[in-house]
Design a binder for this molecule. Structure first.
Ligand code: MLT
Length: 267
C-alpha cells in the first residue's frame, strides 16, 4: 500500500487489528525485515510497517534524513491513516534512533516503546569518519558496495555460517535501498543527537531487545539503556545478531506479544 505524505509516496504494510504497533526498520533496510512479525503478531495488534523515505518501495528523495525528519514522517503517516490514539513504536537500530526522536517530539502519541538492537549514544568521532567513508564508497561504487561491506556484520556469526538463506534475504533487503536513501541515512546518522538525556524522560512502558551476538551494536549499550529508563525490561534474544527479529522470530515475537498483553492488562 502507498500513502502520500510530506511530499513523497510512502509504501507501508498494514495487517491485523487492535492497538497499532509500528515497526521502524534500520539502515539500509526496509519493511520486508518485519515479515516474521507481520506473520506472527498480526493476531495480537495492528501491525504497521512503513518503508522510510528512500528505502524499499518508498520514493527516493534527496537527503539528508535527520532522525527528526523520519519522526515527522511517522507522525504524518499516522495522521494520514487517521490514527489519533496512542501507538507502540518498535525501532530497530536506526529505527531506535528514530523512536527516541519521536519520543522527544510526540510522547503523547505513544503508549509503549520497543528498542531493539539500538543505542542511545551518538556517533563517536571514528564512527562519523566511517559514515563519510561509507558515503564516498556509495557515491563511487553504488549501493552494492555498501551491501558487501555490511552483509557480514548484520547477522550473528552462527547465522552467517549455518543459514545461507537468511544471509541472502538480508542482502536482498539491503539491495532495495536507493542511493539517495543510503546517503540520506548516513548524513542523518552522523549528525544524530545524543539520546542519553532522553532516557530519564521516558515515562511509557519500554521493552529493550538486544540480540546476544550483535556485531554492530554491543549488548552493553542495551544494558545502559535499561539502567537509564525507569521500569524498562530487557530480554536478550539468543542465537541472533543485529537482525534478531529475522534470526530468532519465535523468541522476538514472544517477548513482543508478552509486552503488548501487559500493556492491555494495565489499560
Ligand atoms: C542500523 O542497522 O540501522 C545501523 O547499523 C545503525 C548504525 O549504523 O548506527
Amino acid at each position: 500500500m502507498y500513502i502520500h505524505i510530506q511530499g513523497y509516496e510512502m509504501a507501508y504494510t498494514d495487517a491485523g487489528q487492535g492497538l497499532p504497533l509500528v515497526f521502524i526498520h534500520g539502515y539500509p533496510l526496509n519493511r520486508r525485515l518485519w515479515e516474521p512479525q507481520v506473520e506472527g503478531l498480526a493476531g495480537v495488534a495492528r501491525i504497521l510497517a512503513p518503508d522510510l523515505r528512500g528505502h524499499g518501495d518508498s520514493q527516493a528523495v534527496p537527503g539528508p534524513y535527520s532522525m527528526d525528519l523520519f519522526a515527522d514522517d511517522l507522525a504524518a503517516f499516522l495522521d494520514a491513516l487517521g490514527i489519533t490514539g496512542r501507538v507502540v513504536l518498535c525501532g530497530l537500530s536506526m529505527g531506535g534512533y528514530v523512536a527516541f526522536a519521536f519520543y522527544r517530539k510526540y510522547a503523547d502519541r505513544l503508549s509503549g516503546l520497543i528498542l531493539t538492537a539500538t543505542r542511545a549514544a551518538p556517533d563517536s568521532p571514528e564512527a562519523r569518519t566511517g559514515r563519510d567513508q561509507a558515503a564516498a564508497l556509495a557515491r563511487e561504487k553504488g549501493v552494492a558496495a555498501i551491501v558487501e561491506s555490511m552483509a557480514p556484520k548484520l547477522l550473528s556469526p552462527k547465522t552467517v555460517e549455518h543459514r545461507p538463506e537468511l544471509v541472502a534475504q538480508a542482502r536482498a533487503i539491503m539491495e532495495h535501498t536507493s542511493l539517495e536513501g543510503v546517503l540520506g541515512d548516513l548524513a542523518g546518522l552522523k549528525e544524530r543527537p545524543d539520546s542519553t538525556p532522553t532516557l530519564a524522560e521516558i515515562k511509557v512502558p519500554t521493552l529493550i531487545l538486544p540480540g546476544e551476538d550483535d556485531q554492530i551494536i554491543p549488548i552493553q549499550e542495551a544494558w545502559a539503556m535499561q539502567a537509564g529508563i525507569t521500569g524498562s525490561r530487557l530480554v536478550v534474544i539468543p542465537n541472533a545478531g543485529h537482525l534478531l527479529n529475522l534470526e530468532n522470530p519465535q523468541a522476538f515475537n514472544q517477548a513482543v506479544r508478552q509486552f503488548i498483553e501487559g500493556l492491555r492488562d494495565t489499560d
